[in-house]
Ligand binder design. Structure first.
Ligand code: GUN
Length: 287
């Protein structure tokens, strides 16, 4: 079989580069006496993975000169109380971005929560207005992980126009929006899911393969066309080790571009959250 030189994506370095640009812009804004942009993260319950993610978001905010706030709410909070908290944050003049960490406990409806957030402050891009704006190709916040994936592909000069992009997973936060962004860039997009038949045959056709299903090492070497760009969004913990949806080691020598399970898509997602928060700030400040 053809041997390919695989480039492992350094998501941390890419993220650092973009964060520097954001930090520079924030410094320019605040040195003229303006307030800092502010992100508010709401966590319901105390899921350890979510706690670790929100710490990462807080650190990222600090690194670019944003204010940030974490609101920790009890696991058994009612839907009404959570919505009331969101209404309060919508009205708070100093909060630019609101992110309600997912997953939520099962008694809470993520769609109702997304609909309660002021679309301008909806830095996750999950409000129907933002999701609809993506579909129509009009301005609005785009979901962070899909934005980060597009940035990775662009920075590695992966051609999208005319490419066959295969997306594994149809979530509202990754699968559907990344498929739409790839379509906007003139890729031919196939979305696969749990009922897709003969999945390996479909993925083998992909020039760009995005895996976002949450099944450890599902994508094997013989699922991937030599020379494909493979973006692994999966975060699975196996024996205390972080593994993606892709069999990372097995894809060396097959994929042309490959994201690692750690330091790949993750840092880019948080960086795009900063990007969206800065955009929300600019809109709110009339800049
Ligand atoms: N949980 C894991 N990733 C995300 C994300 O991008 N946004 C939200 N709100 N929750 C998440």
């Amino acid at each position: 079989m053809q041997k390919i030189e695989t480039t492992i994506v350094d998501g941390k370095a890419l993220a650092q580069d973009i964060r520097q640009r954001i930090a520079g812009e924030v410094a320019n804004l605040t040195c003229t006496g303006r307030r800092k942009p502010k992100l508010v993260v709401v966590l319901v319950g105390s899921n350890p993975a979510s706690l670790s993610y929100i710490k990462g978001k807080q650190r990222a905010c600090m690194s670019v000169g944003f204010d940030s706030e974490e609101i920790l709410l009890p696991e058994n909070i009612s839907q009404e109380k959570l919505l009331a908290e969101i209404v309060r944050l919508n009205q708070d003049a100093c909060s630019d971005g609101i992110l309600v960490q997912l997953p939520l406990p099962t008694h809470l409806c993520p769609n109702r929560v997304a609909q309660a957030i002021d679309p301008v402050k909806d830095v996750d891009g999950l409000h129907p207005q933002n999701a609809g704006a993506l579909l129509l190709g009009i301005p609005g916040h785009r979901a962070c992980t899909p934005l980060g994936i597009l940035e990775i592909l662009d920075r590695h000069h992966v051609p999208m126009e005319g490419a066959h992009a295969v997306v594994l997973g149809r979530s509202n936060i990754v699968g559907k929006p990344v498929a739409q962004l790839l379509l906007e860039r003139n890729a031919t997009v196939t979305i696969c899911h749990s009922r897709t038949k003969n999945l390996p045959a479909v993925t083998r056709e992909a020039d760009i393969l995005v895996a976002a299903v949450g099944r450890a090492r599902m994508v094997k070497a013989d699922w991937v066309k030599p020379g494909a760009a493979v973006i692994d969004v999966g975060v699975n913990v196996i024996d205390d080790k972080l593994v993606g949806d892709v069999d990372f080691e097995a894809l060396h020598g097959i994929a042309k571009i490959l994201t690692p399970p750690k330091g790949g898509v993750g840092p880019m997602t948080i960086t795009m959250l900063l990007h969206n928060t800065l955009n929300a700030y600019k809109i709110r400040e009339g800049l």
